[in-house]
Design a protein around this ligand. Sequence first.
Ligand code: RB5
Length: 155
Amino acid sequence: MRIAIGSDHAGYEAKERLKLWLAEGGHAVDDCGTHGTASVDYPDFASRVARTVARGAADFGVLVCGTGIGMSIAANKVRGVRAAHCADPYTARMAREHNDANVVCLGARVSGSGMVEEIVASFLAAPFRGGRHAARLDKIARLETMTDGDPRCGC
Ligand code: RB5
């Protein structure tokens, strides 16, 4: 698979480990940075990875920051991206099976070495189940086009 990966300074070391592990697993890895431990802003790297996935240049994205939260909030601003913040392998599997997530966000200060690999392995191995889940994703996609006053907003 083609995997775009990115992190901020808090996720840098985990990102470097994941990059090697993914390459050893036969994946083509596009490292979108950061490239050191100097303090940087996570939205810049979430944007790079999310846009790479959204334009179809990568099959999936992997983002790492301190908690995974900032990366997931930022990545989900990019149209077509469904970023899932995962701290365990079960959630990662469900993020693919039910939510067709295309980006997984990890917290390097929460999930240690070994666990982040297990989370990403579960994520990449699980298929999207389609069916009723696809109809729900259509509703999520429609949220991107709605403005206040639209009767479909439900408010
Ligand atoms: C950086 O200190 C930290 O705020 C960032 O890595 C991330 O956890 C944000 O959500």
